[in-house]
Design a protein. Structure first.
Ligand SMILES: *[C@@H]1O[C@H](CO)[C@@H](O)[C@H](O)[C@H]1NC(C)=O
Length: 494
């Protein structure tokens, strides 16, 4: 008995040592979050299309897509490739931009020396979106590149020779979803540049108003207008009502023009509180709109917006285990889990909303009301921190899902430019089919796509570091964009 007790005591001590050592090795400092913030923005340089500037820091990339649009007599050079391919998809590009801008609006004051890099990442996109929105009246260019042909090749962007088809939405073939998201992006960016570049800010706001008007007047989903050019890649499954309200909300915030307040008041009711399915994404803007509009009530007590406080509470409560309306799914390791494909996009977007709502609540001393109980801003921050720390390496696989962060991170990222030798190391062209040897190779990617967050582990916390498993190993601009804001928040705390 005595021996057994002594033994178990020894075990307990061992356990404490083991537990706490592993705990401390995965506890991140504010400097760690600041380092992650820096590379989370650097990643966007790897996704750049167009002529790279002299201050390009990700030097394995080269110029690409320099004649995008020219066959259509429109200049569509620039912008971002969405993920591991070489198509410029307008809907995710605009959403990425809106979320980068929102990250700066809420947490830019914590970005320190990274604020200029964050603004450059936004501007790389808004310069392109401005051209796409203003080149031709009553037309929005929404995509460059034939996605089916592009996906049949494994080529670096610098070599690509697949058709650079240009797709657009017009009065006859409308796309209220992509147009209203573009309006949201331009409006949100106009807030970012209001002080640092007022004339650019004004230009963005005017373009946003025009493209929103176009989105609202000529209604329809771009999926119906463009079919197989956008589906199943970025099909607008949720329709366009969510983007119209989201676009109006950003215009209201950016312009303070009463037109948009009236628009929100007469159209907001289409967003019931029974539609919470907790997935804020390039497709579904409802959760983000609720949180964004709740600020009007929380900070200005605008009575008309009380509705969005309760909508936001319902949404937030659905994410928090232990509340009566809890309905989200988490992995055994504690990761928010929504889908088998590119799950981390939902984790980063949800984390951003948790932190943003915590900020709005905190400025008001408020709490989220979850049935009979309440949830404080602090517990939302704690839940967000778990998700951020999981991504950075505090997880059962003990690996970081952000490339270049920590000792262990994905080596076989599903990304053409990162996996094929750099144009600078291997100047000879590598053709469509010749590139596939690099997709199937077991070697690590030769070019490190620093800062990229990949699709992430499955619902059992397992991750295959396999280039062919794109569901887990592909990065995307919209995975990183909201994480920029979340990392800024934690880099400022100690
Ligand atoms: C407000 O927005 C409407 C609709 O876009 C526009 O016609 C009007 O000129 C704007 N007003 C101001 C003061 O900017």
């Amino acid at each position: 008995m005595a021996i057994a007790t002594a033994f178990s005591l020894k075990l307990q001590i061992l356990f404490i040592i083991f537990c706490c050592r592993s705990y401390f090795s995965t506890a991140f400092t504010s400097q760690d979050y600041a380092d992650a913030l820096e590379i989370s923005i650097l990643f966007f340089e790897g996704q750049r299309s167009g002529k790279l500037p002299l201050n390009q820091r990700l030097t394995w990339r080269g110029d690409s897509g320099l004649s995008d649009g020219s066959a259509y007599h429109v200049n569509l050079v620039g912008g971002y490739y969405d993920a591991g391919d070489n198509v410029k998809f307008g809907l995710p590009m605009a959403f990425t931009t809106t979320l980068l801008a929102w990250s700066v609006i809420e947490f830019g004051s914590s970005m320190q020396n990274q604020i200029t890099n964050a603004e450059a990442a936004i501007r790389w996109s808004t310069d392109y979106l401005l051209k796409a929105a203003t080149a031709t009246p009553d037309t929005l260019y929404v995509q460059v590149g034939d996605p089916n042909m592009d996906h049949r090749c494994w080529e670096r962007p610098e070599d690509m020779d697949t058709p650079r088809n240009v797709y657009k939405v017009t009065t006859q073939n409308p796309g209220s979803d992509v147009a209203a998201e573009t309006a949201a992006a331009l409006a949100a960016a106009s807030i970012v540049f209001k002080e640092s570049d007022p004339s650019y800010s004004t230009e963005l706001l005017h373009a946003a108003m025009k493209v929103f008007n176009f989105a609202d007047r000529y209604r329809g989903s771009y999926s119906d207008s463009l079919n197989s050019a956008v589906c199943p890649f970025y099909c607008s499954y949720s329709g366009y009502q969510d983007e119209l309200l989201w676009g109006a909300s950003w215009l209201h915030k950016a312009s303070l023009n009463g037109t948009y307040l009236a628009y929100i008041q007469s159209n907001g009711h289409t967003m019931g509180s029974d539609d919470d399915d907790y997935s804020f994404s390039w497709d579904d803007k409802r959760p983000g709109t609720k949180i964004l509009l709740s600020k009007e009530f929380l900070e200005k007590t605008t009575e008309e917006f009380q509705l969005y406080k309760s909508h936001s509470d319902n949404y937030i409560c659905s994410l928090i285990p232990g509340t009566s309306s809890f309905q989200a799914q988490y992995t055994p390791g504690g990761l928010f889990y929504k889908a088998t494909e590119s799950n981390l996009q939902y984790v980063t977007s949800t984390t951003f909303l948790l932190l943003t709502y915590a900020k709005y609540l905190g400025s008001n001393g408020g709490v989220a009301k979850c049935g009979g109980s309440t949830v404080t801003a602090e517990s939302l921050i704690a839940q967000a921190k778990k998700q951020v720390d999981y991504i950075l390496g505090d997880n059962p696989a003990k690996m970081s899902y952000m490339v270049g962060f920590g000792n262990k991170y994905p080596q076989h990222v599903h990304h053409r430019g990162s996996s094929v030798p750099s144009i600078h190391a291997h100047p000879n062209r590598i053709s469509c089919n010749d590139g596939f040897q690099y997709l199937y190779s077991s070697s690590p990617n030769p070019n490190v796509l620093v800062g990229a967050i990949v699709g992430g582990p499955d619902n059992r916390d397992h991750f295959a570091d396999d280039r062919n498993s794109y569901q887990q190993s592909e990065p995307a601009t919209y995975i990183n964009a909201p994480f920029v804001g979340a990392l800024a928040f934690f880099s400022a705390k100690n």
